[in-house]
Design a binder for this molecule. Sequence first.
Ligand code: FPP
Length: 230
Amino acid sequence: MTLLVPKHIAIIMDGNGRWAKSKNMPRTYGHKAGADTLRKILTSCGELGVEYLTVYAFSTENWKRAKEEVDALMFLFKTYLKNEKKVLMKKNVKFIVSGRKEGVSVGLLNEIKKLEDATSGNTGITLNIAFNYGGRSELVDAIKKIVENGEKDITESTVEKYLYNHLPDPELLIRTSGEIRISNFLLWQIAYSEIYITDTHWPDFNEAELLKAIESYQKRDRRFGGVNVK
Ligand code: FPP
């Protein structure tokens, strides 16, 4: 039997704050380490033949955090957008962002657009960053556009057409740092995703952990509401 690598992996990169606290360091130190982990996991996913990697970098609820932390996350993302082009081009990564534009600074939106445009012709793994993202907001925004465009025949594919980006659903959803919840992530897309939760904080997540998650996925009996005849 061939063991399949998921085509699309989604990750809730949780635990940066707790990881930093355990080292008596500020939370922003954890986020910086989290960005380094993302670079490594993107490389591993690309090498394993994963086609899409979606990561939750900033939720619509994260604005409630202290201004200092929000500013640090914005700065970190902007720095990533400015510095990462060379690496993404070399690794043939297509970069996209999913989320609401409202509330995000014009400077950041410009940097996002620049990187999306620069990498749009790349044919390797797609890195989809969920930024200023909420699953409920995504559905509200989709419904608004469906109404605005006067769509009459509403099917599941109509809804999918209006989501922020039209990617195949993730087969595997990984959450680090032990919490057993979805936190408003990809509510539509994870209807049949297999969920893997590890206690490891995101900055400590590595390729060995990724392989463990994929192995766990490969052992699942995916029935999509039906019955498998063995
Ligand atoms: C959750 O950990 C993490 C976030 C809200 C931010 C995730 C951001 C990164 C991993 C950096 C990604 C960077 C780029 C450049 C895309 P938490 O802060 O909620 O941790 P805690 O639950 O332990 O407090």
